[in-house]
Write a protein that binds this ligand. Structure first.
Ligand SMILES: Cc1cc2nc3c(=O)[nH]c(=O)nc-3n(C[C@H](O)[C@H](O)[C@H](O)COP(=O)(O)OP(=O)(O)OC[C@H]3O[C@@H](n4cnc5c(N)ncnc54)[C@H](O)[C@@H]3O)c2cc1C
Length: 325
């Protein structure tokens, strides 16, 4: 039985693990993918104290830091389910949680910190599923390297799309940035980096209606012609149209979600289920500003709250009162 199980191997999860280790809680950190969304960041220029670092290097630092204290168990595996159960020992009676792993194994913890992040949104157009992994991918910065000298499109107008187009333009022959609106929502830093490249073409106020191919992607069909043509021939399509909270596990465990599916938390990062805390891009906190700094801040508070909850035998007193066993 762990004191705390942190689900998620990203920025929020590793930050929570650092604090839990320093509180001397028996801690498990577990998640499906090492490093989480941070692995997609080509350059991070806003992590305080470090002028510039790649996302993968930053996440490696997080992991090393969290595991440097010893006593933090680390597993890479998907969790399929969370089952609450009644736990009683000496004067403590409270809910505890079985984590049911994809392998079928069960691990138990008295508190949970859910740091499940978000998952990339899909376009939902014909050809997307068929050519996924055959020219269609959901991380321009991760996969651009494989398209050296080729023609690619990045779909979207937010931070990930614009950063992705700027990075892809360093290796690809030509990059089309296809965006349904006229303006970009991305940080000016990345917009300027992208605009400085002469091999990026903006295809604005257009949607993709189909991804075309045979064995691999050969192009996309647009809803309105661009420069007289409604088909753009391409080798790769990077879909960067936002992300939705990965809140399925939290919902099934009984945690309340907001209308968009984010896990509702209070200022202590407590969810609506006692003993379950949540942190990072998954939650309603930090004004939905999904950043490393905000995820780290929420992970910090969640760890502190889990510590206080565990310290307090009165968090959920036994029906007979304290000391009744
Ligand atoms: C291209 C790109 C560039 C970015 N650049 C910057 C930047 O420069 N500066 C900045 O501040 N932010 C940047 N961000 C945002 C930043 O990466 C995120 O805000 C941050 O990584 C969120 O961390 P998190 O811990 O909340 O979630 P995540 O990092 O997404 O971690 C979620 C974890 O939960 C795990 N998980 C989910 N479901 C399950 C399950 N069922 N079972 C087990 N594990 C599960 C995942 O495998 C993962 O390990 C960028 C994001 C992208 C995509």
């Amino acid at each position: 039985m762990y004191d705390v199980a942190i689900v998620g191997l990203g920025c929020a999860g590793y930050t929570a693990a650092i604090y839990c280790a320093r509180y001397k809680l028996s801690t498990l950190i577990i998640g499906a993918e090492e490093g989480g969304m941070g692995m997609a960041a080509a350059e991070v220029g806003d992590w305080p104290g470090t002028v510039n670092i790649t996302g993968p290097d930053l996440m490696e630092n997080f992991k090393k830091h969290a595991l440097s204290f010893g006593g933090v168990a680390h597993r890479i595996v998907r969790i399929d389910r969370i089952d609450p159960f009644d736990y009683a020992q000496s004067d403590i009676r409270q809910k505890a949680f079985h984590l049911i792993l994809q392998s079928g194994e069960a691990l138990d913890a008295r508190t949970l910190i859910l740091a499940l992040g978000t998952k990339k949104r899909h376009l939902g157009v014909p050809g997307e599923v068929e050519f996924s992994g055959k020219g269609v991918t959901y991380c321009a910065t991760c996969d651009a390297y494989f398209y050296k000298g080729k023609g690619v499109a990045v779909i979207g107008g937010g931070d990930s799309a614009v950063e992705g187009a700027a990075i892809a333009a360093q290796v690809a022959r030509e990059v089309y940035l296809i965006h349904r609106r006229k303006e970009f929502r991305a940080e000016p830093y990345w917009v300027n980096r992208m605009k400085a490249r002469d091999n990026v073409t903006f295809v604005l106020e257009r949607n993709i209606v189909e991804i075309l191919g045979k064995e691999k992607v050969t192009g996309v069909r647009l809803d309105k012609p661009f420069e007289g043509k409604d088909i753009l021939p391409l080798d790769g399509v990077f879909i960067e149209v936002g992300a939705d909270p990965a809140s399925g596990l939290a919902k099934d465990a009984g945690c309340a979600l907001d209308a968009k599916g984010y896990v509702t938390v209070d200022a202590a990062q407590s969810t609506t289920i006692p003993g379950i805390f949540a942190a990072g891009d998954l939650t309603t906190n930090s004004n939905y500003f999904a950043q490393f700094t905000t995820a780290a801040g929420e992970g910090t508070v969640a760890a502190n709250s889990a510590f206080k909850y565990l310290q307090s035998a009165e968090a959920i007193p036994s029906p007979q009162g304290r000391g009744s066993g």
